[in-house]
Design a protein around this ligand. Structure first.
Ligand SMILES: Nc1nc2c(ncn2[C@@H]2O[C@H](COP(=O)(O)OP(=O)(O)OP(=O)(O)O)[C@@H](O)[C@H]2O)c(=O)[nH]1
Ligand SMILES: [Mg+2]
Length: 221
């Protein structure tokens, strides 16, 4: 028996199918969604808790937390009173669009403006899995080395914004980190990337990130 194969039809992976479903759901509800990606410990949750607190009354943020194990990050977000759903991947190094789909059905979308997904700490795998987000945000802390855009180009090429975090550590001289090199390497990969040098600990530089976030969310609504 012969089978007809339709040429030119893109076969979507299960992940892409769910990503499209997530994107449709978010669009229908008029919600913006960002996918935050970095190595473990660069400061994603610290950036989020400060951002949620400082933007109260300006943007209502809900968070989907991705971690291999524990509810620790969700507990930190919950302490700010923002809605949060924790996903435990139980070993997987990235969130899948299907996992985000089930979280989107649990989070009170009608009472938030922006969903931020904190992906599993990993600079590589999460960049390959679309979740249905409007944009990616990459975080690099100064303790990780200024060669990271060159060594892990995918996430820097695909991100709308780069947060260079923990700049409060630089004045001591204990860390060698060339900010200009990171900026130049990132812009070589992605001429449109917005770059913010911040300290989530001291709040230095966070206002630039907030302005961009507010503008980005307003533009999409
Ligand atoms: N000095 C300094 N420390 C920071 C800053 N931001 C975060 N930290 C510290 O860095 C450590 C890791 O921060 P987290 O916010 O948990 O990092 P994360 O990226 O969410 O980590 P994972 O979810 O495990 O990938 C904590 O001890 C924070 O207090 C910063 O701007 N300056
Ligand atoms: Mg975290």
């Amino acid at each position: 028996m012969s089978k007809k194969i339709q040429l030119g039809t893109k076969i979507l992976s299960a992940n892409e199918e769910y990503a499209q479903q997530n994107s449709r759901l978010l669009r229908d509800k008029g919600k913006h969604c960002l996918n935050m990606i970095s190595s473990p410990g660069s400061g994603k949750t610290t950036i989020l808790t400060r951002t949620i607190t400082d933007l109260k009354g300006k943007i209502r943020i809900g968070v989907i937390e991705g971690d291999i194990q524990t509810q620790l990050d969700a507990d930190r977000i919950r302490a700010t009173k923002a809605p949060v759903v924790q996903i435990n991947t139980k070993g997987s190094c990235h969130l899948s669009a299907a996992q985000v789909n089930s979280a989107l059905l649990q989070i009170p979308l009608d009472s938030i403006d922006l969903v931020i997904i904190e992906n599993v700490g990993n600079l590589v795998c999460p960049s390959a899995f679309e979740l249905g987000e409007d944009g990616k945000v990459v975080v690099l802390s100064v303790a990780e080395g200024d060669d990271k855009p060159a060594k892990y180009p995918a996430i820097f090429s695909k991100s709308k914004a780069l947060l260079i975090n923990k700049i409060d550590l630089l004045p001591s001289g204990a860390i060698d980190f060339d900010i200009d090199k990171v900026k130049a390497d990132s812009r070589r990969l992605n001429k449109d990337i917005k770059i913010f040098c911040v300290s989530a600990k001291t709040a230095e530089g966070m206002n630039g990130w907030y302005d961009w976030l507010i503008k980005t969310v307003r533009k999409s609504s």
